[in-house]
Design a protein around this ligand. Sequence first.
Ligand code: VGL
Ligand code: ZN
Length: 234
Amino acid sequence: RSLLKSTAALGLLGAAGTLFAAPKLKPNDKSALIVIDVQNCFVDGGTLPVKGGAEVVPVINKLADSFENIVVTQDWHTQGHASFASAHPGQKPFSSIKLSYGNQVLWPDHCVQGTDDAALHKDLKLPTAQVIVRKGFHKGVDSYSAFEEADRKTATGLGGYLKQRGIKTVYVAGLATDFCVAWTALDARKAGFEVYVIEDATRAIDLNGSLAAAWKQMAAKGVKRIQSADIQAA
Ligand code: VGL
Ligand code: ZN
C-alpha cells in the first residue's frame, strides 16, 4: 500500500513537471531581436577578439527564425578613433583614461569603417534583418550602446526607429556581453522597452570583473537574463 502511494506520488511529481514547466517565450510582431556587433573584429583573427565570439553565430542564426523583426549593429570606427589606445600617446590597450564625456577604456585599433575587420561575420545568416545600425563613427566619441553614444546625449536613432515601428520588447544577443550588449540592454530599458538578454547568444570580454558587474547592473534595471532555449523555436 505504501509502495502504491509513493508510486502515485512519483507520478504526480512527473505530471507536475510537465504541467508547470516554464512556458517558452514567443516573440511576436511587437518584438525585435537586436544582434550586436557580430563582426570579424570580435572573433578569432580579428583585432579585438572576444573569447568564443564565433560560437554565437549558429545560435543567433537559429534564433532569427523566431523573429519577425531583426536589427543588426556594427561597431564602425574612424581611423584614429578616440577609443583606440593608439590615439593617445603613451597609453596601452585595455587601460582607461578620462575623456571629455567621462571614463573610456582604450582598445586596440578595431572595426575601422569599410575594412574587412569591420564586416559582419561571414557565417551570420540574417536574410530577414531590416536595418543595420552603425555606431561609434564620431571620431571623438565611443558608442557601446546601439541607442546612445558615450556622451550620453547623441542618439543613434534606433529608439525612434523601434518605437515608430511599434516594437515593445527587445531581445539582445551578440558581442560583447559586458560592453555593447549590456549598454544596449540598459539603454533599451531606459527607453521603456521590455528587455531580454539571451546569455548563450553572447560572449564577454570580461575586463577586471566587467562581466559580473554588467549582469548585476542589468538585473538592477530589470533586464531579464534568458537562454536561447527559453524562446519558442520556429
Ligand atoms: C565593443 C569594445 C570596444 C563591443 C566595441 O562590441 O562590445 N567592445 N568596442
Ligand atoms: Zn569599438
